[in-house]
Design a protein around this ligand. Structure first.
Ligand code: XMP
Length: 513
């Protein structure tokens, strides 16, 4: 049976994925397509609805993103958002002009046609979130004005006969608190969604997709110990069983005892073809005297590929590689648009297949972290593993500021284990996104008993986040901070202070390097 879905066409907005995610949260499957999709391609996909995302530019700029007009005329319900509204407006003869005052942030919206299906069960006066420099001057022929703001003459419009709807504001962001209701009205009342999609359907689709692509070939999967690569491996295993080979490169920079846990889960629970390579000395050797964060990342990434390749070469007939790339990796590593900055190079994205000439499988590429967790639970991965905090590919190396030595790795592992234990037994554990220690390249004077000490501080970094693209420092009860600090200072030699990092992301990042 064809899966009911709404397609989001990406016209360049930074929120495209968020739109797809909101629709999935409404139990309607949603996927993203680029503007290359043709009328015929869209017809074949048979979506129940289409959303045209916002975009950074002006519809009049040379090279501004477009979709074929025929797509608007397929009779499939369409919702244009922001630039999507300008695009629809212009296609039907409306005039888009540069606004007298660009509107960024909160705006008061007045619904002038409260009987519009998009605004069903919503107040006529609402706060919405805007981000635009252009406005549509008036609705084109055949369209009716639905909502306005002080600066935006057409904040919402519709042509119900053609099933075309458009809004200037962003219903997908949380700053438009009722926006999800509007998306629900579009998905259910305009598109007629039945709301039967669940993560189980995603799993079924992903497993079938892998099986079809791979047929009788063999898949290689690099395991990092994190939930993303584990979920990818389990999906692949469900699809092709023994045709999957997992390689776990242990770089010696993981949490205390974590490499052993990873091995246990794969070998005992999933009985996968699993090989662990102990490469700690090799990685630490390459990192000797290296201080620069990006160089550390690059070295670890490169070495990871080398070790992985050496191991993979021992296997014959591998044609595919499965990677646990998730959506935030895609945008943080590659940037959303052509001009976005690369903030940090993640060693788990890209790289491998290019060199190894393997075809890439990335079943989780469209998902956010919390969605990956739902998939993992659906696959039977134990909760304690699913809810384990994310851990960066380069591991402790980017939490040790300055040079990385075996001793420093040990200090940080011991401190980190205490942090994890203390938090796990506290009431706040479930609210925390990520917690870890950072070992800076400084020492300070202390006194223990009657002796002077000269030791390292450990910086505690504990954040709350849902998407890992933004984060806030966690408001931890003093009693918990106190027990973490006491234990670290008492139990980890060479540490005589604990400090707490109170920075949000942005402007800081979660990791220190
Ligand atoms: P930042 O420090 O960029 O981190 O705010 C965002 C999230 O990404 C994790 N992270 C990584 N994950 N490979 C990974 O798999 C990496 O190279 C990497 N660097 C950072 C980080 O722990 C946080 O969850």
């Amino acid at each position: 049976m064809q899966q009911e879905k709404i397609i989001v066409v990406d016209l360049g907005s930074q929120y495209t994925q968020l739109i797809a995610r909101r629709i999935r949260e409404l139990d309607v499957y949603s996927e993203i397509r680029t503007t290359d999709i043709t009328v015929e391609g869209m017809r074949k996909e048979k979506p129940i609805g289409i959303i045209l995302s916002g975009g950074p530019g002006s519809v009049y700029e040379f090279g501004s993103p477009e979709v074929e007009k025929g797509i608007l005329e397929l009779g499939i319900p369409i919702l244009g958002i922001c630039y999507g509204l300008h695009f629809i407006g212009r296609m039907y003869g409306g005039k888009v002009i540069s606004a007298k005052a660009a509107e960024y942030g909160k705006a008061e919206l007045h619904v002038v046609a409260p009987d519009s299906i998009l605004f069903k069960n919503l107040n006529p006066d609402l706060i919405c979130w805007m981000s635009h420099g252009d406005v549509l001057k008036s609705p084109p022929r055949g369209f009716r004005l639905v909502a306005q703001t002080y600066h935006t003459p057409v904040a919402a419009m519709e042509n119900t006969r053609r099933k075309l709807y458009a809004v200037q504001f962003h219903p997908e962001v949380t700053h438009t608190p009722w926006g999800v209701e509007l998306l629900r009205n579009f998905a259910y009342d305009v598109c007629g969604a039945s709301g039967t999609w669940r993560m189980a359907s995603f799993i079924e689709g992903a497993v079938n997709g892998i099986r079809e692509k791979v047929a009788s070939a063999q898949i290689l999967c690099g395991i990092s110990g994190g939930i993303d690569s584990l979920t990818t491996a389990v999906l692949a295993q469900q699809a092709v069983g023994d045709q999957l080979y997992c390689i776990f490169v242990d770089h010696g920079l993981m949490r205390l005892n974590e490499a052993d846990q990873v091995e246990r889960v794969f070998k005992k629970q999933f009985r996968a073809n699993f090989r662990r390579v102990n490469a700690a000395r090799r990685f630490l050797g390459k990192l000797r005297d290296v201080k620069n964060p990006e160089r550390k990342r690059k070295i670890i990434g490169r070495e990871f590929i080398r070790v992985f390749e050496e191991e993979a070469q021992k296997l014959k007939n591998i044609k595919f590689i499965a990677q646990g790339t998730i959506y935030p990796d895609v945008i943080e590593s590659h940037g959303v648009g052509k001009h976005a900055h690369v903030i940090k190079s993640h060693h788990n994205v890209g790289g491998l297949p290019k060199q190894m000439k393997l075809k890439l499988l990335e079943p989780l590429r469209d998902l956010f972290k919390d969605e990956v967790r739902k998939v993992a639970l659906g696959l039977g991965v134990p909760e304690r593993v699913v809810y384990r905090q994310p851990f960066p590919g380069p591991g402790m190396a980017i939490r040790i500021i300055g040079t990385v030595t075996p001793r420093k790795v040990k200090i940080l592992q011991l401190a980190d284990a205490i942090i994890q234990e203390e938090l796990a037994s506290s009431e706040i554990y479930a609210d925390i996104g990520q917690a870890f220690g950072v070992l800076p390249d400084i020492k300070s004077v202390g006194v223990m008993g009657d002796r002077r000490t000269y030791g390292y501080p450990i910086i505690l970094r504990i954040v709350t986040t849902t998407d890992w693209m933004t984060a806030d420092w966690a408001r931890i009860p003093y009693t918990v901070l106190e027990s973490i600090s006491n234990r670290i200072i008492n139990e980890v030699p060479e540490v005589n202070r604990v400090a707490y990092d109170i920075s949000s992301k942005p402007p800081a990042t979660i990791e220190w390097e």
